[in-house]
Write a protein that binds this ligand. Structure first.
Ligand SMILES: [Zn+2]
Ligand SMILES: [Zn+2]
Length: 247
């Protein structure tokens, strides 16, 4: 355990981000042993579309699959009680180092398994709106992507910007589509470093895929050789939920 972590833990005791139980000050985990077991079980659930365990699934919403080389996620994102849901939600509001280290290491293991050597990739992320980042004090996807690039000994760049457009929840489906497209753009400075690169773009959750499609399209237009989409969670329709593995 790092000395810095130990000192920090004395003043700010580590907590389990799922059940909020205070952990021993010598701990550097984001989950208590019980919640960690729940998370491991969630990871072993099977995708209802391809019937593979989630970390091996390559299912993507229509439109996105044609534009990406792989679409990778770790768990199904469910709003009901689940350790995965609690981690994603906690990361939106807390710059909690143990949690970001944990999320990045989990994603790194799956990426390495699926893509092999990662040092030639350029890592980026779907940015949060400036308004939200300022209000919550953290851009969770940036924190994860940054740590992933470091683990992979690869390049990292804030390639995309999020314009502060209208809140999605008050819009119709068609308005949402148009609003999503308008919400993202390439950062002026990043345009020259995208051409010919293999890019991994990270977001915390994939739902309709519209946000990721907008971002992937921008990266491809700027000349990216290929784009891999990586998310921690994936949502499925209510009638199409994950099944526990058949053993
Ligand atoms: Zn717990
Ligand atoms: Zn699948």
């Amino acid at each position: 355990m790092r000395v810095g972590d130990l000192v920090l833990n004395l003043f700010f005791p580590p907590v389990c981000v799922s059940c909020k139980e205070i952990l021993p000050y010598t701990e550097t985990a984001a989950l208590c042993p019980l919640c960690r077991t729940r998370y491991e079980k969630e990871k072993s659930f099977h995708c209802p579309e391809c019937h593979m365990p989630h970390p091996e699934c390559n299912c993507a919403p229509k439109g996105l699959s044609r534009r990406t080389s792989q679409t990778i996620h770790l768990v199904e994102y469910v709003k009901e009680e689940s350790a995965s849901h609690d981690m994603i939600v906690y990361a939106k509001d807390h710059l909690y180092e143990y949690l970001f280290r944990f999320l990045a290491s989990e994603l790194y293991a799956v990426l390495a398994e699926r893509l092999g050597e990662l040092s030639e990739y350029l890592f980026t992320y779907v940015p949060r709106s400036r308004e939200k980042s300022a209000a919550r004090g953290v851009d969770q996807s940036k924190e994860v992507a940054k740590r992933l690039a470091k683990m992979a000994d690869a390049d990292f760049g804030s390639l995309l910007i999020h314009r502060d457009t209208v809140e999605q929840k008050h819009l119709s489906a068609e308005e949402r589509k148009q609003n999503t497209k308008r919400s993202y753009d390439l950062r002026e400075k990043s345009k020259d470093c995208i051409r010919g690169r293999h890019i991994i773009v990270y977001d915390d959750v994939i739902t309709t895929g519209a946000t990721l499609l907008a971002c992937v399209s921008l990266l491809k237009q700027a000349g990216a050789a290929d784009v891999t989409v990586l998310t921690f969670g994936k949502t499925y329709r209510g009638d199409q939920r994950s099944k526990t593995p058949i053993v």
